[in-house]
Write a protein that binds this ligand. Structure first.
Ligand SMILES: [Zn+2]
Length: 305
């Protein structure tokens, strides 16, 4: 039985609004830093205040779920109340006013911001957790831990695409994600490009088999042209988006490690989107065949009688 999460989340923000710190938690590898600036302090306050929700694959539910977060408090003391729990969010927000131009974190309560744990709960069952540990030094935050790992979060999702993805693709996609999680940017791009190229080659095999294109024409064409030639055989987001190959190739030859790491989540997201659409195409085709077969049976039955 699924347990329902008990917290009232009505005040939480929409999951699609981009928060740079939430994005940092989800999409950077370990030991990558993010700078806290006056401009992004409000995002940090939202995250610390438990106002962020994330839409991510839950390895326990084996499906995409919304995860909610918890507000972080620290022990404060004043003459009137003695010791009391004060939301850290208030401190973050107030510092924006006090230090508009400088480092907003010079007077943070030391132990509560040096190491912070961000806890997220699955909306279907609050026993499904997603935890991130962040170390703060001055105005820099570094992700030093997360559980489940980037790999655990990504790999189960890949299983869903096994029917449209070759074993080799799955292996290399895992390798790309693993490299990214260990802070290796250019290497992770190499594997993404190999997977992308194989997707195109696989689609071409089908098109050649069905006589829509010839092997010779395909062989001498540029990637953009190949994608155009295969428009009936590739998922629609791939046909509408020819810049992927350019970015990934530039990454391998010209971009820095840091740039590749920064762009990796989007590039991986694109590959997953293609696989998802391809899996949908496969299911539609399967359903179409089965319905057609059934219709023919009915038709022949009717004609006979
Ligand atoms: Zn779950």
């Amino acid at each position: 039985m699924e347990k329902k999460a008990l917290v009232d989340h009505t005040s939480q923000k929409e999951e699609n609004e981009e928060n740079v710190f939430t994005n940092f938690l989800l999409n950077t590898g370990l030991y990558q830093p993010i700078e806290i600036t006056v401009d992004n302090t409000s995002d940090l306050a939202d995250l610390i205040g438990g106002k962020e929700r994330i839409d991510i694959y839950c390895p326990e539910c084996k499906a995409k779920r919304i995860f909610y977060s918890e507000s972080i408090s620290y022990e404060a003391e004043d003459a009137k109340r003695g010791l009391y729990k004060r939301p850290l969010e208030e401190v973050v927000r107030s510092k924006v006013c006090i230090y508009p131009n400088g480092n907003p974190f010079t007077e943070f309560p030391e132990e509560d911001y040096r190491l912070m744990v961000f806890k997220f709960f699955c909306s279907k069952d609050e026993d499904h957790h997603l935890d991130y540990i962040v170390l703060t030094q001055g105005n820099k935050m570094i992700k030093i831990g997360q559980y489940p790992s980037v790999a655990d979060l990504s790999f189960p999702e890949l299983k869903e695409y096994r029917k449209v993805m070759q074993k080799e693709d799955e292996k290399e996609l895992k390798r790309a994600i693993g490299l990214f999680a260990s802070g290796i940017g250019v290497g992770s791009f190499v594997y993404l490009r190999r997977i992308f190229e194989r997707i195109i080659v696989n689609a071409s095999k089908k098109a050649i088999q069905e006589g829509k294109i010839t092997e010779a024409d395909f062989g001498k064409s540029h990637v953009d042209e190949k994608i155009k030639m295969l428009s009936d055989y590739l998922p629609k987001s791939l046909i509408g988006n020819t810049v992927f190959y350019g970015i990934i190739s530039k990454g391998i030859h010209e971009l820095t490690e840091k740039e590749c790491l920064e762009y990796f989540p989007v590039m991986k997201g694109f590959i997953l989107l293609i696989l998802r659409q391809w899996e949908q195409m496969r299911r539609d085709e399967e359903e179409e065949k089965s319905i057609q077969a059934s219709l023919s049976k009915i038709a022949s039955k009717i004609t006979k009688s």
